[in-house]
Design a protein around this ligand. Sequence first.
Ligand code: IMP
Ligand code: MG
Length: 180
Amino acid sequence: MVKLKKEKLKILFTKQQVHNRVKILAKKINSDYKKEKADSLVVISVLKGAFMFTADLIREIELPVQLEFVKISSYGSQKYSSGKIDAPILLLPNLNGKDVLIVEDIVDSGRTISFLKEYIGAQFKSRSLKVACLLNKEARREVEVSADYVGFDVEDHFLIGYGLDSAEEYRHLPYLAICG
Ligand code: IMP
Ligand code: MG
């Protein structure tokens, strides 16, 4: 039994719904990269929020996967984007010639993904560079950017669970819920 704190949580997607959707995304990713004749994939997971999504997604990938992590955020402990990118850990291997898939929990203002795509594009000549996000909060977009693979399009709610936090809480929950 999970003990939760005072904030009200309303389940938006159950564990089963998330699981089903991740499987569908992986199927599409497998088929696309096979069509594009990729021989392997470098998955760049954006910590901390994408850790659970990444772990489930890569277990369904049918190509050799090299897994990398970056720690980057535009949020801090607030429930809205600070407008500034904080990227304390951005150590990446050589991505020249690689098929690169950035895996993110949620695209909100779009700053994190836009920063990461530009950063990788400026440093390397990858064979391809795509984005998979579990959640897409289009209503909050401030920077024009879109993901190639989207789990769920969501309304402008603050969501927690399945890797996503509110001030570092709730990341361990197996479902996605609206918080507050
Ligand atoms: P962006 O740079 O504004 O697109 O924000 C992306 C980051 O903000 C995500 O990787 C999340 O860590 C965080 N974030 C955005 N919306 C939410 C939310 O509803 N719940 C939890 N974290 C969020
Ligand atoms: Mg994140």
